[in-house]
Write a protein that binds this ligand. Structure first.
Ligand SMILES: Nc1ncnc2c1ncn2[C@@H]1O[C@H](COP(=O)(O)OP(=O)(O)OP(=O)(O)O)[C@@H](O)[C@H]1O
Ligand SMILES: Nc1nc2c(ncn2[C@@H]2O[C@H](COP(=O)(O)O)[C@@H](O)[C@H]2O)c(=O)[nH]1
Length: 197
């Protein structure tokens, strides 16, 4: 089934390069979709966030995240080194500002995969950014994906699902919604949105 754009805002052809924000509830499939895009098009540049969360099995420092201590995160925030940051389900996450600005200034499209609070901050500071919401086909499927991933204990899953209710309610704030029924279809839609194909 095709990814379903809801409330689609046409992407102006003359607007490249641009900043694209991909957001959506935990477990909806953001990382899966982005990994699929980048497998086909390694030139898609994704910002690597800093986080105080510990690495999951297989996650590498500098590749999936910059894994930092609370003190290091405090410094990044205090020094204004983050374009946006948020606390999500007990950990802090933030987008290193310099790398994003360098890419944009070099004329390259930039993709951020961040939570709702971060998306709202980007909307404020960079109103030209396009905000894309990734939605699950249903609530039950979201719960299945988040639990099925097997990376969080039950209490963390509960916190993430509580945040998911807020995030789903904020969908109308986004420029465009893609429903993640098929990873391949969503990846194709996103590639077009980030101006890579
Ligand atoms: N279209 C899909 N159909 C079925 N399963 C999917 C689909 N997309 C992703 N998944 C699965 O859902 C789980 C969660 O995906 P993923 O980790 O990419 O979510 P996420 O949105 O990045 O989550 P988080 O915000 O917590 O990092 C994974 O096990 C993934 O394989
Ligand atoms: N506001 C920000 N949110 C971010 C950033 N990097 C990731 N995230 C979001 O956090 C949650 C949880 O991620 P997980 O890897 O622990 O599952 C998820 O919604 C991510 O999109 C960031 O730099 N800023």
């Amino acid at each position: 089934m095709a990814a379903t754009p809801r409330g689609a805002t046409p992407v102006p052809p003359d607007s490249r390069p641009r900043l694209t924000v991909l957001s959506g509830p935990s477990g909806v499939g953001k990382s899966t979709v982005v990994a699929h895009m980048r497998k086909q098009h390694p030139e898609v540049w994704l910002s690597v966030s800093a986080t105080t969360r510990g690495p999951r099995p297989g996650e590498q420092h500098g590749v999936h995240y910059f894994f930092v201590t609370d003190e290091e995160m405090d410094k990044l925030i205090a020094n204004g080194e983050l374009l946006e940051w948020a606390e999500f389900a007990g950990n802090r996450y933030g987008t290193p500002r310099a790398a994003v600005l360098e890419r944009l200034e070099a004329g390259e499209p930039v993709l951020l995969e961040i939570d709702l609070q971060g998306a709202r901050q980007v909307r404020e500071s960079m109103p030209e950014a396009q905000l894309v919401f990734l939605a699950p086909p249903s609530w039950d499927e979201l719960v299945r994906r988040l639990t099925g991933r097997g990376t969080e204990p039950p209490e963390v899953i509960e916190r993430r699902l509580a945040a998911a209710r807020t995030e789903l309610a904020a969908e109308p704030e986004f420029d465009l919604t893609l429903v993640n029924t098929s990873v391949e279809d969503v990846a194709r839609e996103l590639l077009a949105l980030v101006n890579v194909v």
